[in-house]
Design a binder for this molecule. Sequence first.
Ligand code: ZN
Length: 234
Amino acid sequence: MTDHTALVLFSGGQDSTTCLAWALDRFDHVETVGFHYGQRHAVELETRPKILARLRAGNPLWGERLGDDHMLRLDLLKEIGGTSLTEDTAIEMGKTGLPTTFVPGRNLLFFTAAAAVAYRRGLKHLVGGMCETDYSGYPDCRDDTLKSLQVTLNLGMETRFVIETPLMWLDKAATFATAQALGGDAFLDLIIEETHTCYLGDRTHRHAWGYGCGTCPACELRANGWAKFTAAAP
Ligand code: ZN
């Protein structure tokens, strides 16, 4: 395992793309991992290769550091079902007090699978875009959950992985500002044009903040973050 290496959980969304730039800025060698889990919309997965190509072409240092991309199937999440991200059901507050977009165990599975890839590839830092600030109350995005998981993974694999969540305490406006600080206006433009957040998979409506339906909770968060970010810009 080499110190200055990372594996980024990369979905093609705004948060994970910002995390990828954060890792490329810091580590000598960075690989990416993505998951098919029977999500209703494959839009994010279609944007992933476009984002990787633009990152390679747009920044020579990042291009040099960016290594292999790994795609894994976690179809069991769809088999288990019962969420609005894997089935065509309403996005609303569920009986448990969590939105129906919550996929139980998803981030735990993602990090466990990512750690297994990192183990094979000799990569030390596992980077994810989880966030407690603007989140929808998902318990597997919590800092405590991921710190505890880091301990479990290291015990279970006899390793010294470090789970990194650079966006944990940022709101969406600060995430836009982070992207700009890391890669300037060119990277901010990539975030707007190519990353996908909308729960409904809408790529037909273009807003100042990017593509999406504009009304689902994910679009609302992104739109509000963009409004706050641009209001604060000089
Ligand atoms: Zn939307």
